[in-house]
Design a protein around this ligand. Structure first.
Ligand SMILES: Cc1ncc(COP(=O)(O)O)c(C=O)c1O
Length: 466
């Protein structure tokens, strides 16, 4: 096998990206109130804000789009979508939604009520918000290693089984309507969950009669990590691994904007006939008829093809290797990252990168702003700003869109991060200490909160990690 790992595609259509000067970026950032979500995307050179819906579609997906059947009911596109989903996920009911959070809203809306508790390895922010919107409590039970950025563990996304058993015994089955496993664990560094852990969580759920659901956004990347790291799975295909994994559960929510390789879409699956009926009733209220659920027929076609492409080994080999390439090259120079690099993103530990910036001054926001100023790179804070005081880490996530950037783009990102690393001592959130580095106005937190209160939707729309 040659040592060089190449992008397993060639480029048929290109989208220009635009250089800006540092002076321009300083003005742009000021105008955006130091909120990277408010920057015009045209002024970003390399956009690593998210891997969600930002991927490039294949020629097969574009061709399938032309087959879109836009019939309101009984569309052929829905059949192709359902067959593709069922082949991989294996669940009886497949309910399309416009994206992942719509699937979450419907699932929790039907299953949860005030006083309930929903355990997860780590809730993603929309997942947590949708649980809490029903009056239920969202509890994160990732293993202790999953909360320590520098600690290496092959499956840092695993759920703490003893903590799960303890919670179930304390709250009893009546208070826990479902357990969720997020694969891979986005808010915890894009870290995978092992098949052994899936089996143990499933056994604990079965013992107590509690359904197990997957937050399946990055199921293909998780399956590939199992193939690479877990004994007994070396010879299995990612699809066989995914099929086995989903077989231990009762359903899932999915954002097709990730491992569905599409720019929009999602779905909800369940084996429970009664639940499916209730979910479809809710779906009709806000998403649409159950054979399109908020999507166009052409979107269903793109997802049907994309789910299969996400499981191709050549693609996954390149995907996981290119993310690791970024993480390993910056870590080799001392940049503190969540170890090992995740599947879809590299997470910089901002508390360790900027130890002189107090946690209440949002070190990850300061670092993300500095990356933009230095090289036009946009990343996202995952920490105290996003999750409030309950955040245990302050991370800057560099999420890699699927099939979009080439190795030279990644080399550029490495160069910029290392430049910022060299001058880390001068990065400050205080204007008095400022040289040319990212700054937040002293009243930034207060003014942001006022803006949030004034413009409803700002928090949900502009400061989530997609
Ligand atoms: C783990 C996880 N769950 C759920 C979601 C929500 O999906 P969507 O953005 O399609 O609503 C995301 C989005 O980033 C996610 O990463």
């Amino acid at each position: 096998m040659p040592r060089t790992i190449i992008e397993p595609f060639r480029i048929k259509s290109v989208e220009p990206i635009r250089w800006t000067t540092r002076v321009q970026r300083e003005a742009l950032l000021r105008a955006a109130h130091y909120n990277l979500f408010l920057l015009p995307s045209a002024d970003v050179l390399i956009d690593l804000l998210t891997d969600s819906g930002t991927g490039a579609m294949s020629t097969h997906q574009w061709a399938a789009i032309m087959e879109g059947d836009e019939s309101y009911a009984g569309s052929k596109s829905f059949d192709r979508f359902r067959i593709s989903v069922q082949e991989i996920f294996g669940y009886r009911h497949v309910i399309p939604t416009h994206q992942g959070r719509a699937a979450e809203r419907i699932l929790f809306g039907v299953m949860c009520k005030k006083g309930d508790v929903v355990p997860n390895n780590t809730h993603f922010d929309t997942t947590r918000a949708n649980v809490e919107a029903t009056g239920a409590e969202a509890v994160d039970l990732v293993i202790p290693e999953g909360r320590e950025p520098g600690t290496r563990h092959p499956f840092k996304g695993n759920m703490d089984i003893a903590a799960l058993e303890e919670l179930i015994n304390r709250k009893r089955r009546q208070r826990i309507p479902l357990v969720m496993l997020t694969v891979t664990n986005n808010s915890g560094g894009g870290q995978p969950v092992s098949m052994e852990n899936v089996r143990q969580v499933s056994a604990a759920c079965r013992k107590h009669g509690i359904p197990l659901y997957f937050d399946a956004c990055r199921f293909a990347e998780n399956s590939y990590f199992i193939k690479l790291r877990e004994k007994g799975y070396e010879a299995k295909t990612p699809k066989q691994i995914a099929q086995e994994m989903f077989g231990y559960g009762d359903g899932c929510t999915m954002s097709a904007k990730k491992d569905g390789m599409a720019n929009i879409g999602g779905f909800l699956c369940t084996n429970d006939d009664l639940l499916a009926q209730q979910e479809k009733d809710l779906l009709i209220l806000t998403e649409g008829y159950p054979t399109y659920g908020g999507l166009a027929g052409r979107d269903l076609e793109a997802i049907a093809v994309g789910l299969q492409e996400a499981l191709e080994e050549d693609y996954l080999h390149y995907r996981i290797a290119s993310t690791a390439y970024l993480g390993d090259h910056i870590a080799a120079q001392g940049v503190p990252i969540v170890q090992p690099p995740g599947g879809h993103a590299v997470y910089i530990d901002a508390r360790a990168f900027l130890p002189h910036v107090p946690v209440e001054q949002f070190p990850a926001v300061a670092l993300a702003c500095e990356l933009y100023l230095e090289g036009g790179i946009r990343a996202v804070e995952i920490g105290r700003l996003m999750f409030g005081a309950s955040a245990t880490m302050d991370l800057v996530r560099l999420a890699i869109p699927r099939r979009v950037y080439t190795q030279s783009h990644v080399d550029y990102v490495v160069e910029i991060i290392l430049e910022v690393w060299k001058k880390r001592g001068s990065i400050s959130t205080s204007p008095t200490k400022r040289r040319s580095c990212a700054t937040l106005p002293p009243n930034w937190n207060r003014s942001l909160r006022r803006t949030c209160a004034d413009r409803r939707g700002f928090v949900a729309g502009d400061i989530t990690s997609p």
